[in-house]
Design a protein around this ligand. Structure first.
Ligand SMILES: Cc1ncc(COP(=O)(O)O)c(C=O)c1O
Length: 363
């Protein structure tokens, strides 16, 4: 028997990422509320831009995504030279971890933090330290206490997926201030646009002034409605940008995604409309579910975490939703088997969720 090639041992400790499902056998009309995608589909200008870009698909894209970085820079008031775009923010997260982490190093994250930090951390060979949270909110003191001499990376999703919880700007600043300067703090602000708490800051200021190396990552997959295009970006100090530009693929962002991203980020009124909808319906959905007697955690994202008390009851609630074609997300992979995560969909979709879960709660 030939000996098969073996990956590094940490690779086989990875549980493959399970994405949100999109079908239910036997159900025709599906309401997919399992991946925190925007409620309104892609921005119309992005659909048009992608169609136009298709005519030039034999050409390689601009490997620096210059026009896209400039458009992002204009929208967010940031220097395009300190932006790197990626094939989803997942790609950037992975590059940061592979570049700064590795065997013999530690990556610190909160217990219910976004699962890709764990997956990419193991890929890199890091020891991943999951720090207990307080009432499903990241605990700055505990994270600081967990960061030891081998720690190279600290990840904070703010707001966090799947809990929806947020740390105020002062707490994030305290985290940065308490970490050694050689520890890279990654602030993952995938849901930044949905936050309504006035004490929030996505992190660009800390990137500029943070004393150590802080990176902010963002995505086009949520409010900009382009999850299928795979587009994300990072704003970082020049030294980190230099590292990312050395390790990323030369054409890591495809031409169609670049075109769609420029259109989406400049489409007048899109973000405002989505924020208004999300703020209204996140509130109405939470209120409707609480009135039905369910425990709903406070959320600053475009989703809610609903606690059913036990894993069995969460599974039964999931089945009740599926019977009506509604797909929520089980979050057992986040050590929260008693919960379901539900994306804020359209008004009609939110109504369906409330109706289904109210009926379920009545038993
Ligand atoms: C907190 C967080 N970060 C990053 C991502 C990945 O986003 P992208 O589609 O840009 O890779 C997600 C997607 O669900 C997320 O929830």
């Amino acid at each position: 028997m030939p000996t098969l090639p073996q990956p590094r041992p940490s690779i086989l400790s990875i549980e493959p990422y399970v994405g949100g499902e999109s079908t239910v056998p036997g159900v025709n009309r599906i309401v997919k509320l399992s991946s925190n995608e925007g409620a309104f589909g892609p921005p119309p200008s992005a659909i048009e831009a992608m169609a136009v870009a298709a005519r030039e698909m034999h050409r390689y894209p601009d490997g620096h995504a210059t026009a896209l970085r400039e458009a992002i820079g204009r929208r967010f008031g940031l220097d395009p030279a300190r932006i790197v775009c990626g094939n989803g923010s997942d790609e950037i997260i992975q590059h940061l971890i592979l570049a700064y982490g590795g065997e013999g190093t530690e990556l610190v994250m909160s217990a219910h933090g976004f699962v890709m930090y764990d997956i990419s951390g193991r890929y890199a060979g890091c020891r991943v330290i999951k720090v207990p949270e307080r009432n499903l909110v990241a605990d700055v003191d505990a994270m600081l206490a967990a960061a030891g001499p081998r720690t190279k990376l600290v990840f904070l999703a703010n707001p966090n997926n799947p809990t929806g919880s947020m740390l105020p700007a002062a707490e994030v600043a305290r985290l940065r201030a308490g970490l050694r300067e050689d520890i890279l703090l990654v602030l993952d602000a995938a849901y930044a646009e949905y936050v309504t708490d006035p004490d929030y800051d996505a992190g660009a200021g800390l990137v500029d002034s943070g004393g150590g190396a802080t990176v902010m990552t963002r995505t086009f997959s949520k409010i900009f409605g382009l999850g299928g295009a795979r587009l994300g970006w990072a704003y970082a100090p020049a030294a980190v940008i230099d590292v990312l530009n050395r390790v990323r693929g030369p054409f890591n962002v495809n031409a169609a995604a670049i075109a769609a991203g420029i259109a989406a980020v400049t489409e007048a009124g899109w973000v405002e409309r989505c924020i208004a909808h999300n703020t209204e319906w996140r509130g109405r959905l939470a209120e409707g579910l609480r009135k039905a007697g369910l425990v709903v955690h406070p959320s600053e994202g475009n989703f809610l975490l609903v606690d059913f008390g036990t894993a069995e009851r969460a599974t039964a609630a999931d089945a009740a939703l599926r019977a009506r074609g509604v797909i929520a997300r089980g979050v057992g992979a986040y050590s929260l088997p008693q919960c379901l995560r539900v994306t804020v969909g359209t008004a009609e979709e939110c109504g369906m969720v409330i109706e289904a879960l109210a009926e379920f709660a009545r038993g």
